[in-house]
Write a new protein. Structure first.
Length: 154
């Protein structure tokens, strides 16, 4: 198969997609869909300086890759799903669709996931102290003492 000649715009797209951790096969599918260009995942690996195939990548693409990767890792705020409200809206849409289709098991599972999302089940933050750093209140369970019957055995 002959190697497709990519335009500057297409090369930029490939390098930036790889820098955002898209796999070469995902980038190949996106190239085909967006630009009508067919390129194998192996050919796309040549645009990733972290792969052996990309060891001879031009310096301008290497710099673009590194800058895009750095920006991507630092700026998760631009990724919609990183926001709780977006995740909850998506879960709501999925739960409503599952319910209208009669899939109650999936709807219940999605509702449970939404409840866990609201309750911070998907965060690493755990409060091991009480409010303002004070000790957690220890629940005192009442102890009830019962008088046992003597059953005539004094």
């Amino acid at each position: 198969m002959a190697k497709a000649k990519l335009t500057h715009e297409q090369q930029t797209f490939v390098v930036q997609s790889l820098a955002c951790f898209d796999s070469p096969s995902v980038v190949a599918a996106a190239l085909k869909k967006d630009f009508s260009v067919v390129l194998t995942p192996q050919a796309i690996e040549a645009y990733d300086p972290n792969k052996k195939a990309g060891a001879r990548l031009a310096e301008k693409w290497r710099l673009l890759f590194e800058e895009t990767r750095k920006t991507f890792l630092e700026d998760t705020a631009t990724i919609a799903i990183s926001h709780r409200a977006v995740r909850l809206r998506a879960l709501q849409r999925m739960a409503e669709k599952a319910e209208t289709q009669g899939n109650m098991v999936l709807a219940a599972s999605l509702m449970k996931q939404a409840a866990e999302e609201v309750g911070n089940a998907y965060t690493n933050r755990r409060e091991l102290t009480g409010k303002d750093g004070k000790d957690l209140p220890v629940p005192v369970s009442p102890v009830t003492i019962f008088q046992l019957p003597d059953n005539g055995r004094s």
